[in-house]
Design a protein around this ligand. Structure first.
Ligand SMILES: *Cc1c(COP(=O)(O)O)cnc(C)c1O
Length: 377
């Protein structure tokens, strides 16, 4: 690859002595599941996010389920979320036994549209809504103030948003509980599967801790049906180290985004919506937000042909996400159809994520923008 979509080896090269020492420590203590390393990561994570509780778990998907289940959301309840996200945002609601109600996105932020959420809440199926599950897609916080003001439980899907802020407050502490993922491609990443639930509620935190370990308060006495959703010691050790660098990495991502913006503008390719055949629509930081640029996602004309063109030039790109969730085979039972969420469907046709990671070099970005300019010329 001339320009990779993501090159984790560059991060590893800078950290490898430190990471190896931490892994060795886990081997010496033999605390492979939860244990001292996970507890230390939980304390440091809570302090960094400014939340009362951070509970390490097995994945972002499990974090979503734990948060929903701990909040008591289950059969008979509906949860409003977006059709334009990773599958787990919706599947976790179904897992919890509740019903997902989808609302269309805002075309600028790609996040839940507050007015679309309001019409779902006021619509015929709105009366069973207990919670809203906003997804902070691509690293930018969603605006869910209307739902919060109306007293709904808010479960943030912050899987892509470690360090993101809205009106000066960090993702993870904006609602009743939040779910993070440390999947290896996320901006704060483990060396395998891992996740976290954060909350300011003592009661929710206690329930999450219970549910992640078979509903077991004391050994082999089970108060309720939980699950095995624990974090490994190795992941806790790795994440403790990376947590010290994430602020710098997020700043580096922000600098990459600023450079893309300048390069596209200089090349005369930056357009406003809707994009024409000669330019691309650049992603924007919505006022009041601190975007952490987990992804840099443009809207492009002839998107699939552009992606093939970039691939032929050994330039990485990705489509997050090509099929909106209401059109997924596994979610047909929700009863939605094509045309129900026009903005999510248009985004699925137009979006293209370009290489972005803290170590991405300026010359690599120039290569990406020059290739897109060639394609459009
Ligand atoms: C990655 C991701 C998840 C799931 O996290 P895993 O750790 O892969 O289980 C959930 N929601 C969103 C928006 C994600 O990007």
């Amino acid at each position: 690859m001339l320009v990779p979509m993501l090159d984790l080896k560059r991060q590893y090269a800078a950290l490898h002595q430190e990471l190896l020492a931490a892994l060795e420590h886990v081997l010496e203590t033999q605390q492979f599941i939860l244990g001292e390393q996970v507890a230390a990561f939980e304390r440091a994570a809570a302090a960094q996010l400014g939340v009362a509780h951070a509970i390490g778990c097995s994945s972002g998907t499990d974090a979503l389920w734990l948060a929903l289940a701990a909040a008591g959301i289950g059969p008979g309840d509906s949860v409003v979320t977006t059709p334009f996200s990773f599958f787990a945002s919706v599947s976790s609601i179904v897992r919890a036994g509740a019903t997902p109600l989808l609302a269309d996105i805002d075309p600028v932020s790609f996040n839940l549209s507050p007015s679309a959420v309001a019409s779902v809440l006021d619509g015929p199926r709105g009366k069973n809504v207990r919670a809203i599950l906003p997804v902070h897609l691509y690293g930018q916080c969603a605006d869910f103030s209307s739902g919060k003001n109306r007293g709904f439980t808010i479960i943030e899907d912050a899987a892509q948003a470690w360090g993101a802020e809205r009106n000066g407050a960090k993702a993870g502490g904006l609602g009743n509980a939040a779910a993070f993922s440390f999947y290896p491609t996320k901006n704060l990443s483990a060396a395998g599967d891992a996740g976290m639930v954060t909350t300011n509620s003592d009661e929710l935190a206690e329930r999450v801790r219970l549910l992640r370990q078979h509903g077991m308060r004391c050994r082999y006495h089970h108060d309720e049906l939980g699950w095995n959703a624990r974090m490994d010691g190795f992941q806790g050790a790795i994440l403790s180290i990376k947590l010290k660098y994430i602020e710098n990495w997020n700043e580096a991502r922000r600098a990459v985004a600023v450079r893309y913006h300048a390069l596209f503008t200089k090349a005369g390719l930056a357009e406003m919506e809707p994009c024409s055949a000669h330019g691309v629509v650049l992603p924007r930081e919505v006022p009041g937000n601190r975007h952490v640029w987990h992804q840099y996602v443009i809207r492009a004309p002839r998107r699939d042909a552009l992606r093939e063109f970039l691939t032929a030039r050994n330039i990485g790109s990705e489509i997050y996400y090509p099929v909106p969730l209401h059109l997924q085979n596994a979610l047909k039972g929700l009863g939605y159809a094509e045309g129900d969420f026009p903005e999510a469907e248009r985004a699925a046709r137009e979006v293209l994520a370009l290489p972005i990671f803290p170590e991405l070099r300026e010359d690599e970005q120039e290569t990406v923008v020059a290739a897109i300019a060639d394609f459009l010329s």
